[in-house]
Design a protein around this ligand. Structure first.
Ligand code: IPE
Ligand code: IPE
Ligand code: MG
Length: 484
């Protein structure tokens, strides 16, 4: 399936301005959802936003944010009476419709609003007009919700003209129209076409884009989260156009497109061959590990540029303690140095650092460096997970003991909660370097359905081109996961 990004898509200027304004504030009340998108709402909740359904629920004197959908004049009056500090992010296109509805009504015309009667925008507009029942052949004013389907609005206005003398100010907003037109252009091309609209099921303009695609004869799909996207079966669609509603954050769009283009969400690497690399050059094994650490700093950067969300690397196994003391000490010192060095600048690159493995086996100096870095990076979304004194069997045994202490009956799902990083999704792809064809006790539970890629390159020689070969190979595979 070919993936095509449909342009323009996504955040419109009105929503963008509302979100940008909201993100600058803290501890504010918001009337209704700011936008119909859970990702944005969750982000605002984390900033201390309180969402209320009625203006009366905002305590006197507090700050309230009006969303891009706008509010009725009655709500504004109550806000003034309660001495609320109002921050108004009503979209200018919506304000224009309010003005038109008010003008029609002031002139004594009955006003017909085309839209979803339970949508916040329509309720706000309805507050501008005096309810009047139109009589046949009477002059009426017609306005429309800004996120309607433009063709549907045109059809309904022509229909109304058969009964009434219509004065219409029923343009959907430019952003809505441009996004709908882009979907129509995409659907007009030949071949088996599907359209995926990214956005919430409660977003009116998102639903309209789905309807437009269906009307154009394409198969239409909608997903508001990656979980929803994972469950979609695109069947025999050859070219999938991807668009998004006006309240869908671009970062979710990017993540979804990467998922569709088969960029692994979680890449795990068994970095092997440092010793052989050094020996072949007549160097000490320790020098091979130093060269390997340089490769790792590069790989972390390359993975970031490719949108890989989680990178887990195998740095030291529970079996590696068998190595000569000099090599083990050298490696432990290298770990401390790497965690403190600028080469892996986690804070600057906004990468969360985590360690998996048996912490009790490590020196207090190494443990302190790990804990400090884990704490200072814990809010970042991209993750770098390093396995030190890690063994897949050790992890399972540690999990079993923890589960027995908790006394909980175990299922595959609850067992996961006792693993070292339970919230990290299983690796999609595991790369092993140096030509060895085994797992060496790496992520035994988590890799049950991971794809493997083996390369003869020794880890210090691993290049960006080799990474891209692994990713291209992965993208071609059909992950059946036990299905057909
Ligand atoms: C991998 O390289 C790094 C660690 C296991 C710490 P090796 O040290 O295993 O290198 P080879 O396999 O001996 O070449
Ligand atoms: C696996 O490599 C462990 C790490 C990469 C940290 P090893 O070199 O230790 O594995 P074996 O001994 O070849 O299986
Ligand atoms: Mg090895």
């Amino acid at each position: 399936m070919r993936i095509e990004v449909i342009e323009p898509h996504g955040l419109c200027a009105g929503v963008n301005a509302a979100i940008a304004c909201a993100l600058r504030l803290r501890d504010v009340y918001c009337l209704h959802g700011l936008v119909h998108n859970e990702i944005v709402i969750d982000e605002l909740k984390a900033l201390g936003y309180r969402f209320v359904e009625r203006i009366e629920d905002v305590p006197e004197g507090e700050t309230v944010l009006f969303s891009a959908h706008g509010v009725s004049p009655q709500v504004r009056e109550i806000a003034a009476r309660r001495r609320l500090h109002v921050i108004d992010t009503t979209c200018p296109f919506v304000t224009r419709v309010h003005r038109a509805a008010r003008d029609f009504s002031d002139r004594g015309l009955p006003v017909i609003i085309l839209g979803d009667s339970d949508h916040a925008e329509v309720k706000g507009i309805a507050g501008e007009i005096k309810p009047r029942r139109p009589r046949a052949s009477q002059r009426v004013g017609v306005v429309a919700q800004t996120t309607m389907d433009a063709d549907e609005v045109a059809a309904r206005v022509s229909e109304l003209r058969k009964t009434y003398e219509v004065e219409a100010m029923a343009d959907v907003c430019t952003a809505t129209k441009e996004r709908q037109d882009a979907v129509k252009r995409f659907c007009a091309a030949p071949g088996s076409r599907g359209v995926l609209v990214l956005g919430s099921g409660t977003s009116a303009n998102t639903k309209r884009l789905v309807a437009v695609a269906e009307r154009c004869g394409a198969r239409a799909f909608r997903a508001g989260t990656l979980d929803e996207l994972e469950r979609i079966d695109f069947g025999d669609v050859e070219t999938l156009g991807v668009t998004s509603g006006a309240s869908t954050p671009e970062r979710f769009f990017d993540e979804a497109v990467k998922f569709l283009r088969h960029v692994p969400r979680h890449l795990a690497i068994i970095m092997d061959g440092n010793g052989r690399w050094a020996m072949r050059r007549g160097k000490r094994r320790g020098e091979g590990h130093v060269a390997g650490a340089r490769t790792l700093a590069n790989v972390l950067r390359w993975c970031g540029a490719r949108g890989i969300r989680y990178l887990t690397v195998y740095a030291f196994s529970t079996e590696n303690w068998k190595r000569p003391k000099e090599e083990v000490d050298g490696l432990m010192n290298l770990f401390v140095k790497m965690l403190r060095s600028k080469a892996l600048d986690f804070v600057h690159n906004k990468v969360r650092f985590r360690m998996i493995g048996r912490r009790g086996d490590l020196s207090s100096r190494l443990n302190a460096a790990i804990t400090r870095l884990e704490e200072s990076t814990r809010n970042f979304k991209r993750e770098f997970i390093v396995a030190i004194s890690y063994g897949g069997r050790a992890e399972i045994v540690d999990a079993v003991n923890a589960a027995m202490r908790a006394g909980e009956p175990i299922t595959e799902e609850t067992f996961r909660n006792y693993l070292y990083a339970p919230d990290v999704p299983d690796p999609d792809l595991v790369i092993r370097t140096s030509g060895e064809l085994r797992t060496s006790n790496f992520l035994l539970w988590e890799t049950a359905y991971s794809e493997y890629y083996f390369t003869d390159a020794l880890w210090p020689d691993f290049t960006e081109a080799e990474l891209d070969r692994a990713l291209a190979d992965y993208a071609k595979r059909h992950r059946r996961k036990g299905g057909t």
